[in-house]
Design a protein around this ligand. Structure first.
Ligand code: ADP
Ligand code: MG
Length: 571
């Protein structure tokens, strides 16, 4: 047996590890299972290239074992293992210097900013966040004796020979008094599902009972036979790791249910992301059916690195308007140990974000081109994402011209260029601007809509809460176009096609009605449209100036909170 002092300049690193990582103790399990996975994949690689001295790779798994009585949690793998020299090198020296560097770097942080250090993989030593003593029993795939390393949280460790026969590594955590939650089966299950659900090597946690089909000759009342099988908690080859050509629509739907078991609504469509240059990124995004009561906060896009769950806070990585989507993105190229504001400025991350935006726009365009009718049917469920994207991302705004729809009150869907074509001879004002009429509420604005339709005008139905902002943006990107709500005074300015309509009222009647209305309606706020007397439905129409109305709408939605409480709108 040998004893030694871990090569570290701070007296005792463990209190520091505990303190600095305090908001995220649970990641120790992810780190240890990641190491076990790495060790197994390394062995796979060595056997593949014929450098594993005749070792059979077989079907290795990783096992997590809990012994509440003994207060022990074990992580056991069948990977490459470590020789004595390797333990000395990788465990005693290298890992520690990594930890030290980390502490050095974040010394003056108070440890509460999970955005910075919560996702920093401290690797093997994160075990000391929850354990008062950690043991490693390991046997290398090389023909060398097994070793037993043990450390009780001081910089002193022991290293001695062990009699482990099978290849691989067993990590034994003696769970500390303040961390007994990690001795609960439910808590460990929860963590395995959260972080390891899609890791590439099967992970066993206990046994479960499997119900088998009844034999042919079984009687009606005979219970179905059962058997005890390994409880494998993960799916080692999730859909996003496959090629799109290997998958059918039903596979994508099945994967959606696997990710969001509590979500009963089917997704509307998916986007498979798959790129390896200039950065590596895979993933599948889903457009969920947007409902008013949906929980955008809970079922979110998940970020993985090599099939290890990292976070479901993808702010800064995925453009804001796409955070309403669901699914997974997996990229080893996203730096994790940095703050959100750094992420937003990082070149690689910017490229990833614009790649995702482009893929989403391409998908929408192809859906629109391949099945316009189907796309129109989905419009109401997807418009909130699209309109928000048009408003906040200029590149997406440009691309959206190929698929963004403008529905009328009678459910005809125009693209913007179709719409311009349709109204260009009918709806212009004296300055030669194209005037596009819209309603925001079919019931409330019913009589205005009817009056406009009677004159042969198209009336759009634009009812999203951000519509006032969006129209402003469209107007400023187009020449000589103005949107006018159907109940605004501007409708009067349209050049009438047909001036010969005969009023049902005589000139005298008109005059006295006007005098009466002028007396009761405040001129600064509203104007009265007597032309509307010609319509069947309305003797007259009271309108509000467009700019005043829009100001009010913008005050309602704009400013501080932003549409989804995710920050404000750009100006
Ligand atoms: P990292 O995984 O980033 O290299 P860690 O602190 O997690 O850092 O692990 C340090 C090193 O210890 C690993 O690189 C590996 O060489 C070794 N190691 C840790 N766990 C295992 C294991 N289960 N099997 C074999 N080697 C391991
Ligand atoms: Mg590691």
């Amino acid at each position: 047996m040998s004893k030694g002092t871990i090569n570290v300049s701070v007296d005792n690193i463990f209190p520091l590890i505990k303190k600095f990582l305090y908001s995220d103790h649970e990641i120790f399990l992810r780190e240890l299972i990641s190491n076990a996975t790495d060790a197994t994949l390394k062995l796979k690689h060595l056997t593949n290239i014929g450098e594993a001295n005749g070792v059979e790779y077989g079907n290795p798994m990783i096992e997590v074992k809990l012994d509440k009585e003994k207060k022990e949690l074990r992580i056991i793998d069948q990977g490459i293992g470590m020789t004595k020299e390797e333990v000395e090198k990788y465990i005693n020296e290298i890992a520690f210097s990594g930890a030290e560097e980390f502490i050095e770097k974040y010394k003056d942080k108070d440890g509460k900013d999970a955005g910075i250090i919560g996702h920093f993989g401290l690797g093997f030593y994160s075990a000391f966040m929850v354990a008062e003593k950690v043991e490693i029993i390991t046997k290398s795939y090389k023909d060398e004796p097994a070793v037993h390393w043990s450390c009780d949280g001081s910089p002193e460790f022991t290293l001695e020979a062990a009699d482990k026969k099978e290849r691989g590594t067993e990590i034994i955590l003696h769970i500390a008094e303040d961390s007994t939650e990690f001795l609960e089966e439910n808590r460990i299950s929860e963590l395995l599902v959260k972080y390891n659900k899609f890791m590439p090597i099967p992970i066993k946690f206990g046994m479960r009972t499997e119900t088998l089909p009844k034999p042919e000759d079984a009687k009606e009342d005979d219970p179905a036979p059962t058997k005890e099988v390994d409880n494998i908690i993960n799916n080692p080859s999730p859909a996003w790791t496959k090629q799109p050509t290997e998958l059918e629509d039903k596979d994508y739907k099945a994967f959606y249910r696997e990710m969001y078991p509590m979500q009963f609504e089917e997704p509307l469509f998916h986007i498979h992301l798959n790129v390896d240059y200039p950065f590596n990124l895979t993933g599948i995004l889903y457009f969920p059916k947007m409902t008013n009561d949906m929980n955008i906060q809970k079922d979110k896009i998940q970020l993985y690195q090599n099939q290890v769950f990292v976070t479901d806070n993808v702010e800064g990585i995925v453009p804001e308007f796409l955070t309403m989507l669901r699914g997974v993105i997996d990229s080893p190229d996203i730096p994790l140990n940095v703050s959100r504001s750094y992420l937003q400025a990082d070149g690689a991350v910017k490229k990833i974000s614009s790649y995702i935006t482009r893929k989403v726009a391409d998908k929408l365009k192809s859906l629109f081109n391949n099945d316009r009718e189907g796309f129109e049917k989905k419009w109401n469920d997807i418009k909130i994402v699209i309109e928000y994207g048009m408003l906040t991302e200029d590149k997406f705004f440009e691309k959206s011209k190929d698929f963004a729809l403008y529905p009328t009150v009678d459910d005809t869907f125009f693209t913007f260029s179709e719409l311009k074509e349709k109204v260009k001879d009918v709806q212009t004002d004296k300055e030669g601007n194209l005037v596009i009429l819209y309603a925001s509420n079919k019931e409330e604005q019913h009589s205005y809509i009817e009056a406009a339709k009677e004159k042969g005008y198209e009336v759009l139905l634009l009812d999203s809460p951000i519509v006032a902002h969006l129209l402003q943006k469209v107007e400023s990107s187009e020449e000589k176009i103005s949107f006018v709500r159907v109940d605004s005074d501007h409708v009067e300015n349209l050049i009438k096609k047909d001036d010969e309509q005969i009023s049902k009222l005589s000139d005298e009647e008109k005059e006295s009605l006007k005098t009466f209305l002028d007396g009761v309606i405040p001129k600064e706020k509203f104007s009265v449209q007597l032309e509307a007397m010609d319509s069947n439905a309305n003797p007259f129409i009271i309108t509000e100036p467009e700019f005043m109305r829009r100001m009010k709408d913008m005050q309602k939605t704009g400013g501080g909170g932003g549409m989804f409480g995710m920050g404000g709108f750009p100006e």
